[in-house]
Design a protein around this ligand. Structure first.
Ligand SMILES: [Fe+2]
Ligand SMILES: [Fe+2]
Length: 171
């Protein structure tokens, strides 16, 4: 592997984080609706992994329980959106993209040492999912069969974000 000097690690991490934070802007912008849907599924897979890491690491029992519920929502999104693509004969992603689509993916979550930091990271992930679902919802080429799925997914993502926000306000 590279012989990067230790001192440059932080800078590299920051650059990586900036790069990632701009990447989500691509989810939902693909030219073809089916490609945008595929990238949305990959984003949901990323979210599942980040949630699983967060559940593993948080101390608060209530946080664990609610984060588990939210993970189930993301799993349902993957399932429903994948079924929709399959019904159209489109191949579906089987897991997260090799490009991390979330600002605070599982690797970042694994380094965090307090519930507040974990929830803060998960909030920025939910900013990403909200942006992506909003973008999908406002596409003019949205498939009629996709409309209610995207809309109910967006409602879930908004619920996730606002719950996390409420918890952070109390911390
Ligand atoms: Fe989702
Ligand atoms: Fe979410």
């Amino acid at each position: 592997m590279s012989a990067r000097a230790t001192g440059s690690c932080d800078r590299a991490d920051v650059a990586d984080s900036i790069r990632r934070s701009t990447m989500v802007t691509f989810v939902g912008t693909q030219k073809e609706f089916s490609d945008a849907l595929k990238s949305l599924i990959e984003l949901d897979y990323d979210a599942i992994e980040a949630y699983e890491e967060a559940i593993h690491r948080v101390d608060g029992q209530t946080y664990k329980e609610v984060l588990k519920e939210f993970t189930q929502d993301h799993k349902r999104h993957v399932h429903e959106l994948s079924n929709l693509l399959l019904s159209k004969g489109v191949e579906v992603p089987k897991g997260p993209s090799i490009k991390q689509l979330l600002t605070k993916g599982k690797v970042v979550i694994a380094t965090l040492i307090s519930d507040k930091l974990i929830l803060t990271a998960m909030r920025s992930n939910e900013d990403d999912t909200n942006t992506a679902y909003e973008r999908m919802n406002s596409r003019t080429d949205i498939w009629p069969e996709a409309q209610s799925l995207i809309l109910s997914g967006l409602a879930d993502e908004r619920k996730h974000k606002s719950w996390i926000n409420e918890q952070l306000q109390r911390l």
